[in-house]
Design a protein around this ligand. Structure first.
Ligand code: ATP
Ligand code: MG
Length: 516
């Protein structure tokens, strides 16, 4: 190719030379006509087609062209081994350095037996712009050269292959992000955005997550199935998303499970703080601002908003009329303050999960966590909205074994039996078990840590016993009080009835004309 092109190059140089002299001698119109013919002749002689892809397109000087980025990724993995001079770039959102061809390098690619040549060059503008948004004005571009007879297959099939591959490589090497929503009032103005993010680097995985292995396997299968079911969701007419409700006491691994899910599926996380959202419209805007391949999380959904309370408040309002006006005003002020925090309603949230707008974007998980599942409105967690309910519970023996393996690298030990028995008798969260198992100094052996756990299990058991006694006492006192009250009420009722009877008797006597 290079030899062929050199030959062509010298022909072109001769043509250009003649052209330059020609320009000096002949008027404009004549030159234009001649140029047309020269182009025709050149295109007849030159058996190649050239397509260029610029880094910045004329209509968007701020953003690198997506096609250019994809080609860069594609060439970096498919051809960089063959190019001799490479350039290392640290590209935004990428985990690793991207190697690309240096300027004026050439690499060859092959597609279905067709040869394609790629070269990389840059164009430096003759005049420097006075006012520039980007640091440098040079515009790099890739040039694709192929034989003319392959033009159709290259533009229709090969280019699609390059762009798709490039995108797939970008997804594989991208850095994942953890987003959180900004307060609604901070959305406007220069550089303000709805979502802020940091790089997501949580180490939790399904291997380190301690829970019943059967349950874990079921969740893993469910997630894997979901991520592969694009066509299935399309077939059944559902948007490609799935809701998970994680519930259980604090410290049982709900947040760790979300991180493990994101790491497994390589999704971004959008941690949605409902109390910062002004109203339902803003909630919808946030939803539109999320990308595909993501998990939208609302933690502690029962505390985020008084979603069930809003219905009750309405009822209260109805009976407000017969109240003292001063008290009424004070209550209204409190209500206004509450509303200023967030006006998101239950129906707004339901729409967010499965309304029409939720179909924008795809491949998304919506996860709610709560400590009190019974507090939630049934509409919010019905199947179809929250498809899978997962209970994260206190530490059982199976959970402990995973933690012991993670924290101490032990799979079995003579103390395991005692621990197994004690876990059956005492409720302890995986977070507390993990804390006891963690070595506190270099000298702490596995045995020391396991003994520490036994000690804290004993303490927890004793604490639970004392608490049970206290609770029983409190309950006894309460029922005693109740009984006493009941007796008092009965006594006063009896008194009233007696008096009532007397009165009735007196009035009866009066009616009958008897003097009392
Ligand atoms: N099932 C578990 N497997 C592994 N580690 C766990 C598990 N549960 C808790 N932990 C450990 O305890 C810590 C707290 O767990 P996590 O934050 O996931 O609890 P949570 O259920 O989200 O609690 P909360 O309801 O208070 O938000 C974690 O950092 C993790 O190390
Ligand atoms: Mg949590």
């Amino acid at each position: 190719m290079i030899g062929e092109m050199t030959h062509l190059g010298s022909v072109m140089a001769a043509v250009m030379f003649v052209w330059a002299i020609f320009r000096q001698l002949f008027p404009d119109e004549f030159r234009r006509d001649v140029r047309k013919y020269v182009n025709k002749v050149v295109s007849y002689v030159y058996p190649y087609v050239e397509i260029t892809f610029h880094e910045y397109q004329v209509d968007s000087w701020f953003e690198r062209s997506k096609a250019f980025e994809s080609i860069e990724r594609y060439l970096s993995t498919n051809s960089s081994k063959r190019a001799q001079r490479l350039k290392a770039n640290v590209i935004k959102d990428s985990e690793s350095v991207v190697l690309s061809m240096d300027e004026n390098e050439e690499v060859t690619d092959e597609f279905n037996g067709i040869q394609i040549w790629w070269t990389s060059s840059k164009k430096i503008p003759q005049q420097r712009a006075l006012f520039s948004y980007r640091g440098d004005e040079e515009n790099r571009y890739y040039k694709l050269i192929c034989r003319r007879e392959h033009r159709d297959i290259i533009t229709n099939v090969y280019m699609k292959h390059v762009l798709d591959e490039g995108k797939a490589i970008a997804v594989r090497t991208r850095q994942r992000k953890l987003y959180t929503n900004n307060k609604s009032e901070n959305w406007y103005g220069y550089k303000r955005t709805m979502w802020s993010h940091i790089i997501f680097e949580h180490p939790s995985t399904f291997d380190t997550l301690a829970m019943d292995p059967k349950k874990k396997k079921e969740i893993l299968n469910d997630l894997m199935m979901f991520s592969k079911s694009k066509d299935y969701y399309k077939k059944v007419g559902k948007s490609w998303k799935r809701g998970y409700l994680l519930y259980g006491p604090p410290g049982t691994g709900k947040s760790s499970m979300i991180a493990a899910m994101a790491n497994l599926l390589e999704y971004d996380i959008y941690d949605l703080e409902l109390t910062s959202v002004k109203d339902n419209t803003d909630l919808r805007k946030l939803l539109i601002g999320t990308s595909s391949k993501s998990i939208i999380v609302i933690e502690d959904i029962d505390c985020s908003l008084d979603l069930t309370g809003q219905r009750k408040e309405k009822k209260k309002e109805e009976s407000k009329d017969d109240k003292d006006p001063v008290q009424k005003k004070a209550e209204e002020e409190v209500g206004d303050k509450k509303k200023k925090g967030s006006e998101v309603t239950l129906s707004g949230l339901l729409n967010f999960i499965d309304g029409l707008w939720s179909a924008c974007g795809s491949e998304r998980l919506i996860v709610f966590t709560t400590n009190y599942v019974e507090k939630l409105d049934p509409a919010l967690i019905r199947r179809g909205r929250m498809d899978k309910h997962i209970e994260m519970s206190y530490c059982c023996y199976e959970t402990f074994k995973v933690l012991a393996n993670n924290y101490l690298d032990v799979e079995s030990h003579e103390l395991f039996e005692t621990i197994s028995r004690m876990l059956g008798e005492t409720k302890m969260t995986p977070a507390d078990v993990a804390e006891s198992l963690m070595p506190k100094s270099d000298e702490d052996s596995a045995e020391v840590c396991l003994n520490k756990l036994i000690k804290s299990l004993e303490d927890a058991k004793e604490e639970a016993r004392l608490k049970a006694i206290e609770d029983a006492k409190a309950e006894e006192e309460a029922s005693k009080k109740k009984e006493e009250n009941f007796e008092k009420v009965q006594e006063s009722d009896a008194k009233l009835t007696d008096e009532g009877v007397d009165k009735v008797q007196v009035s009866d006597a009066k009616e009958n004309g008897v003097n009392v």
